[in-house]
Design a protein around this ligand. Sequence first.
Ligand SMILES: Cc1ncc(COP(=O)(O)O)c(C=O)c1O
Length: 378
Amino acid sequence: MFPARLGSHLLVKMDRFKKNIEKLKSHCPGNKILLMVKADAYGHGLSEIVEFSFDQLEIKEFGVATLGEALTLRKNFPDKTFEVYVFSDLQFQHKELRKQYLENRLIPVLSHKDDLVEVLSDKSFSQMPLCLKFNTGMNRLGIHHEDTGEVIELLKSRGRNHVFHLMTHMANASMPMESNNRNIWQRERFSGIKEAFKKAGIEVEGTSLGNSGTVEQSYSLDETHIRPGLMAYGPTSLAPQHRDKGWWHGEIISELKTKVLNTFEVKKGDPLGYSSVPAPDSGVIAILALGYGDGISTHYSGAHLFHKGVKGKIVGRVCMDMTYVLFPKGTKIERGEPFVVWNEEVDKFMELAKETNTLPYELVIQLTARVPRIYQLV
Ligand SMILES: Cc1ncc(COP(=O)(O)O)c(C=O)c1O
């Protein structure tokens, strides 16, 4: 389908993304999706994923980490009416940058009392929808759950009786929701916060706490929204020993493809590349056109890759532009052949993350701009 001369690239298959989202929607019919697209949509391309999700999958709310990511979306799609939530690097201390939220209709996720005070004190923000994120046990960003009463008083004193979205974030969503203590506390604390707002007569329009691991365990579906990230792109975020707790079986939406630049036979002990690392065994070496300049870190040494069903091992030192893979003696692999590093198979993708000491979140994100993203539309 693609010319053989095409070098390393990440093929992003929108049909698989569509299938994942449809599966998610059918499991969570009562929830609106606030799709997390930070970090370049987890490495798949911010604008491409957002455009497709909005135009074809009826997703109308997106979550990014930084003001810069949010502004990119508004600049690229000035006429699209989706909402953009900015979760962490709000740049709120700078008055000029704060104005960008108003001018670009962005929603700051207020995760610190100081930011809330800024919004409440600035008259130009009086119509700004209030989105508050509480720290119920994640201990990263978030207004402390014990400050709920103070926040409610503050809102009331400024005549604000409506919160657009109230949220928290789960620290241990890869662990069982029903038995992990922190998961239990976090959910209880969030219920307490919602209850306190209700008692105080503050109307709360939207609520959410469900990231992938939570949703994969069918928790948090009683909130108005879910906030999936990883699962939409295919992988599971459940820890291996808890995978049986989840219903999610997604497809990896990307395929990392490269080319074999060279092949040669080696004997055990033959020196390979920089530092003359000895080949651990005799066999056939394939040199792949991917290195740490593409985001394939030196930590990949020792991990396994497959070619036409044959298992090879990354040996030697990954260099800037190339990687050595050792296959068993007699393996038929030729210079110029396309080579698939990963495809839709979740288990192999998860195993590669484990063997490279990374997270499934990182594998795609860490690919550099030198690896072009190519989109296969539905
Ligand atoms: C606040 C918040 N919500 C939702 C998500 C989505 O998490 P996941 O990718 O595990 O679904 C993230 C990602 O880290 C997040 O920071």
